[in-house]
Write a protein that binds this ligand. Structure first.
Ligand code: CTP
Length: 422
């Protein structure tokens, strides 16, 4: 079956054509594989392009990079390379390989292989599709494992019985893809998944690696569906909860974000920490510090979780009537940005939402035209008082009382005279 690659944007299509031409020139066979093929067939957007090569992937990647004058990073020990094109498109190149696992959860033994073998080592049939980029069959779908049928049936199926044992993180991936795509885990796959969970296969994987896969739920547009499903399968026991995840807050975040993402300012933000905070919001500080150690939470995730209880006080302060912009700035300026975003995504109070929007989009960006050097020229001595003067200037600018460079100088002279007299 031929795939209509013209559904991809023109530049991507021309990049893939270049891969095809260069591969032919080098006597190699190249294939577009994985998530991008799945998403293309589902009519969904996908960003990065994964290319698998029967033969030396690095050689092909180098030829492409030189032809397109693109940036290349080579990972010699893995036989892979990443090419970044001018327009930001990223192409990952890997040599087709076969894998065999000695023990559950252990790293596999890897050997060069065919595209068929390479696809067989993958997690689910829907991710085990390839599109040939060879000159003689450009665009031909390579479906060895009934993947196209599973896409049509909306099923998540493993390729073989040992899949979850080989790589327990696939338990999390199955549930995440099910929720993201609105698919169902196929009957036999579900039974294998449940058995794997009962046997606690996740223990064969290092906790931070397992958590890294779990964290991807928070990067989804609608994490709650997947997380609830995982919880219902007892798939979250690895966290050893002493608390109930805060489902209400998670749903609230999803609801608010649906609207917020229509706004350009918010649509480009990564909201995963907001979801993570919502998820762990009922955990105690002792629990958080133990998760941080066990799962290697990032320093900034840990700090935000520690600061989270303070958000209640901030929310209350933001509900005070008649606050000047500078007063709102003073409340929010010292607060961790992730906490501010958390409050924005959880509040249903319009006044608070409006104030947060203005702080994030406007007041936070205000800066002075003059600096300490200018104040020195006006006769102010460097030190605490000068800092206070600059701060006062900024607050007045936020309140709109100071507009021009001239206003700043005038204010500095007037207020500086008072301040430095005492
Ligand atoms: N893969 C796998 N087992 C894993 C992780 C990944 O078999 N534990 C394979 C899958 O075939 C997947 C590919 O590696 O398609 C790339 O992984 P990843 O980028 O995580 O998957 P995508 O399908 O591209 O997912 P996303 O759309 O979330 O980027």
């Amino acid at each position: 079956m031929k795939i209509d690659l013209t559904v991809l944007n023109k530049k991507t299509l021309s990049d893939l054509t270049m891969v095809s031409v260069q591969a032919k020139h080098l006597g190699l066979k190249a294939y577009l594989v994985g998530g991008v093929v799945r998403d293309m067939l589902l009519g969904r957007a996908s960003s990065d392009l994964d290319i698998v090569v029967e033969g030396n992937a690095i050689e092909l990647a180098k030829a492409i990079a030189s032809c397109a004058k693109a940036h290349i990073t080579v990972y010699k020990q893995f036989g892979t390379a990443t090419v970044v094109f001018d327009n930001g498109v990223i192409m990952d190149f890997a040599t087709a390989r076969s894998e065999s696992y000695l023990n559950s959860g252990a790293l596999p033994i890897v050997k060069p292989g065919s595209i068929k073998e390479d696809l067989f080592r993958r997690d689910f049939t829907i991710n085990a599709l390839a599109v040939a980029l060879c000159a003689d069959n450009f665009g031909e779908l390579q479906d060895f494992y009934g993947a196209y049928q599973d896409l049509q049936r909306k099923k998540i199926s493993v390729l073989h019985e040992k899949s979850f044992l080989d790589d327990p993180t696939r338990i999390l991936r199955a549930v995440r893809f099910e929720a993201r795509l609105g698919f169902q885990i196929e009957f036999k796959t579900l039974s294998l998944l449940k058995k794997a969970l009962e046997a606690h296969v996740e223990k064969t994987v290092k906790a931070p690696r397992y958590f890294a896969e779990f964290r991807k739920f928070f990067m989804e547009a609608h994490p709650t569906t997947g997380l609830r499903r995982l919880a219902s399968l007892k798939g979250m026991n690895f966290i050893k909860f002493g608390f109930n995840p805060d489902w209400r807050t998670l749903s609230q975040v999803e609801k608010v974000l649906k609207k917020l993402k229509r706004d350009d300012f918010y649509s480009s933000k990564d909201w995963s920490t907001t979801f993570l905070l919502a998820f762990f919001s009922r955990a105690t500080l002792t629990q958080i510090s133990s998760y941080a150690k066990h799962f290697h939470l990032t320093k900034s995730e840990l700090m935000s979780l520690i600061n989270l209880p303070g958000s209640k006080k901030i929310l209350k302060a933001l509900q005070t009537k008649h606050l000047r912009p500078s007063e709102i700035y003073e409340i929010l300026d010292p607060v961790d940005l992730e906490i501010i975003y958390f409050i924005r995504a959880t509040t249903s109070v319009n006044m608070v939402a409006r104030r947060l929007d203005q702080f994030l989009k406007k007041w936070r960006m205000v800066s002075l035209a003059i600096n300490g050097e200018d104040l020195k020229d006006l006769g102010c001595k460097p030190g605490r008082k000068m800092g206070a003067l600059l701060h006062r200037l900024l607050l007045n600018k936020i309140d709109g009382k100071i507009k021009s460079h001239r206003d700043e100088i005038d204010f500095a002279k007037r207020f500086g005279a008072v301040l430095f007299k005492n």
